[in-house]
Design a protein around this ligand. Structure first.
Ligand code: HEM
Length: 522
């Protein structure tokens, strides 16, 4: 065997070390070897830095972005504490701009046309979620489907959001608002009318109203309380920047535990709905509509299989397969996941803006009282919503002025030639922004002011290309009609049952980013 047959370095080999020490009385050789070790490490590091920079510059191509990136991490520290003003500056810097965080290249598509182009290019892009979402929502969840599989699955869900279905959900929503608004009054009384932070209350009422719409009375009150208390753990676990593996006591760990609990509760609700619908119970919530449609489809299939002649009109409008309790639960969880932060954001802004602009709240109140024939407690129907232009206008304008979802992250599946001169490389992330389209002075004059009249006497409704609040394309928001009807019901009922004030600070209308956007407190 030769002196250095092992895979360790020569200096670490005992025999060589001995020879070296004999030869190197003055320490010159060992110093050279040491220097070489350091030099090697330094060279590798410099090569990696150079590779990271070159890749960034190559991927950036002709679009706007810093000339170079902070080695490896890029603007990582900024993304831990997102600052709306920095995002805004970035969107204004060019229709397409970029950053690179760690080795992830991210393109921001800021203008209306660039955002629409991304959202309408399903061949090149698909929604991008943080790694933790697969673990929390489960990898087989429908939201991770792409292409035809996604379109087909989604078609089966449309029946849950028809006008007829939405009408059936209204009484449950009324019930929740009655209960929570009475509680709001109590909170104020307990605090002698002094201002208290209300954002957590808005989050809770939104969670309660969503759960009532999705799973009706099947969810026990104790479980609802736990879900609404723990939901912020799920939001925190899904922040863009989080620890990639689930280690005990990290945000992802708490988030996963909360998600497991929600999935378990919703599975139990699905089982209960199956029993109740099979017994001919009345449909009250999304679960019931789903289960009833499954039963109808199954009955139809059985009749056809047994040779019964069926007319076309007897065929259910949507034939769906059988779904297990857990499959249903996973999908209902995606509704909660998609709605909770966005509707909490909208509700918080809406209450604040109405308090700060009482002249509009008064108009909402007047028309809500009129539609109820002077009876503050009378329930409303969806048809009546169409006769409440101010209630609709304040909801629409709040969503335009402070859109809850400011960016929609997508993943580039293959090289995407977004303009004649620029192709987004495969594997990048691309984030269309909704904000600039919704603050485009050509579509909405005086875009940085809250002007609900533009939805009554103006032409805001005609700016369909700019209306990106709920996205567009194959993944546009499934719950958009429900979400807007719910916000109209909420503010209409609040105007009937409550009066409220807001303590304005210089930062009240500045934007704080936490998954969606909320008012700055101070
Ligand atoms: C103010 C409230 C809401 C806002 C601003 C909002 C906004 C959005 C946006 C921007 C998207 C992405 C669209 C795209 O990629 O083009 C989305 C997707 C989605 N939203 Fe909403 N949303 C809201 C409420 C809701 C509610 C209440 C539900 C459920 C009942 C819901 C269910 C969904 C679902 C399931 C998707 C994914 C659709 C798919 O991938 O096919 N959203 N929403």
């Amino acid at each position: 065997m030769t002196a250095n047959a092992s895979f360790v370095s020569p200096t670490a080999d005992a025999k060589v070390a001995h020879m070296v020490s004999q030869l190197d009385a003055g320490g010159i050789v060992s110093r050279i070897l040491q220097v070489n070790g350091w030099a090697l490490a330094l060279t590798v590091l410099l090569m990696l830095v150079a590779y990271d920079q070159i890749m960034y510059i190559w991927q950036k191509g002709s679009i706007t972005g810093p000339a170079w990136k902070a080695p490896f991490i890029g603007p990582f520290l900024e993304s831990v504490k997102p600052d709306f003003r920095k995002y805004h500056a970035k969107w204004l810097s060019g229709p397409l701009s970029c950053v690179s965080v760690f080795h992830k290249f991210v393109v921001l598509a800021s203008t209306r046309d660039m955002a629409r182009k991304v959202l309408n290019s399903p061949t090149y892009v698909k929604p991008c979620v943080v790694d933790a979402a697969h673990k929390l929502l489960r990898p087989t969840n429908w939201v991770f489907l792409d292409g035809k599989a996604h379109v087909d699955y989604r078609k089966g869900l449309n029946g849950l959001f028809t006008r007829q279905a939405l009408e059936k959900y209204l009484p449950g929503q009324e019930e929740v608002y009655n209960e929570y608004f009475a509680r709001f009054l109590q909170i104020s009384k307990d605090n002698n009318g002094e201002p208290v932070p209300f954002m957590p209350e808005f989050r809770e009422v939104m969670c309660a109203v969503s759960c009532r719409t999705f799973v009706g009375h099947y969810l026990p009150k104790s479980a609802l309380k736990k879900i609404s208390d723990d939901y912020y753990l799920i939001t925190a676990a899904l922040e863009l920047v989080n620890f990639p593996i689930i280690l005990p006591f990290t945000k992802s760990w708490y988030g996963k535990k909360a998600a497991d609990m929600v999935l378990d509760e919703f599975s139990k609700c699905a089982a209960k709905s199956k029993v109740r619908m099979a017994a001919g119970g009345e449909k009250e919530c999304i679960l019931d509509f789903w289960v009833a449609s499954m039963i109808e489809s199954e009955n139809y299939r059985k009749k056809v299989a047994s040779g019964v002649k069926m007319d076309d009109y007897e065929k259910p409008s949507m034939l769906i397969r059988d779904f297990s309790d857990f499959e249903i639960s996973m999908t209902i969880f995606t509704f909660l996941f998609a709605s909770q932060d966005a509707t909490s954001s909208a509700a918080t802004w809406l209450f604040q803006i109405m308090a700060d602009r009482p002249e509009f709240l008064e108009k909402v109140r007047e028309e809500n009282l009129a539609i109820r024939n002077g009876d503050r407690n009378a329930p409303v129907t969806l048809d009546q919503f169409e006769q409440m232009p101010w209630t609709r206008a304040v909801v629409k304008e709040t969503l335009r002025y402070r859109p809850p979802v400011i960016m929609i992250p997508y993943l580039v599946k293959k090289d995407f030639p977004i303009t004649d001169s620029y192709t987004i490389p495969k594997g990048s992330m691309v984030c269309p922004s909704t904000y600039l389209a919704l603050h485009d002075p050509e579509a909405y004059a005086d875009p940085d002011s809250f002007v609900p009249e533009r939805w009554i006497t103006g032409n805001a409704d005609q700016q369909v290309k700019n209306w990106l609040v709920f996205g567009t394309g194959t993944h546009y928001c499934l719950g958009q009609t429900y979400a807007q009807a719910n916000l109209m019901l909420m503010i209409g009922k609040a105007s009937m049952m409550l009066d409220w004030k807001h303590k304005i600070t210089p930062k009240s209308e500045e934007i704080k980013v936490f998954a969606t956007i909320f008012p700055m407190v101070r």
